[in-house]
Unconditional design. Structure first.
Length: 263
């Protein structure tokens, strides 16, 4: 069961905009401490339309594909984007992480709605073999319960605004038709999984992916899942005719796509 969770009290339309920054405008060195998500005075925008993206491994950097998920969410969802990280700081010597942080609210007060925050969860599971997985599963529900908003994985590319989808809990399931049960809205899988697990060959295709294929794939989709646990080792050669990342990333996360030679 693939689930996309959303909870809201009452949302209003949020229009965010940000522009590309030139690489020569960014100094990538040192590290920056992150504010905790639990500091209310520093997190007034938690009351507005938002999406939470979690990195629970403890790393202080984000890889380019994670950055792509964040950038596409920032560009296209019309939500405040909160990136919650278990590390207390970001390592800005990593170019991708540096460029992404330079677009955050802490460094650019007028054009972005991107927030990096530290999470300080209970450490009871620390040391367990699947600690990061358990932590992510628990925190996504805890933060939605406490703050409302969206939760999304860091192996998606987000394609459209999510700000108007409010007032319900949203889930993607195996059914073909959307339905509403009490306050739970269930949407068909193509909304968040237009390329599903059994057809993921189209993420890296031996045959050319035509414009007609992409028009059909994106027609009803809000996001596309890249199944990182199966595809993280697959090479991106920037062949837009045969690789989904190479077709979508220049449109939906161009900064992240261009930040490194090997995406």
């Amino acid at each position: 069961l693939n689930v996309f969770f959303f909870r809201s009290e009452s949302l209003t339309k949020f229009n965010g905009f940000w522009a590309l920054i030139s690489p020569d405008e960014v100094t990538c060195e040192g590290r920056v401490a992150l504010l905790p998500i639990s500091t209310p005075s520093q997190n007034s925008n938690l009351n507005s339309p938002k999406i939470f993206l979690l990195e629970t491994s403890g790393r202080a950097t984000l890889n380019p594909r994670q950055a792509c998920a964040i950038e596409s969410a920032l560009r296209f969802t019309n939500l405040n984007v909160f990136v919650l990280i278990r590390s207390p700081f970001l390592n800005l010597s990593d170019v991708t992480t540096c460029h992404l942080f330079k677009l955050s609210k802490e460094t650019n007060t007028t054009t972005t709605n991107l927030y990096f925050r530290e999470i300080q969860p209970d450490r009871d599971l620390k040391g367990h073999k699947f600690y990061a997985t358990f932590l992510s599963d628990a925190l996504r529900l805890a933060y939605l319960y406490n703050y409302g908003g969206w939760y999304g994985d860091l192996d998606f590319i987000y394609l459209r605004s999510l700000a108007k989808e409010n007032g319900s809990i949203l889930a993607a399931t195996g059914g073909k038709n959307p339905s509403l049960c009490s306050n739970i809205r269930v949407v068909p899988p193509q909304v968040f999984h237009p390329i599903r697990l059994h057809t993921m060959k189209f993420l890296w295709s031996k045959e050319e992916l035509t414009p007609a294929f992409w028009n059909q794939t994106k027609r009803d989709a809000w996001a596309i899942h890249f199944f990182s646990y199966l595809t993280s080792s697959k090479e991106v050669t920037k062949n837009s005719r045969k690789e989904a990342y190479s077709y979508l990333a220049p449109i939906y996360c161009p900064n992240s796509f261009a930040s490194v030679e090997e995406f």
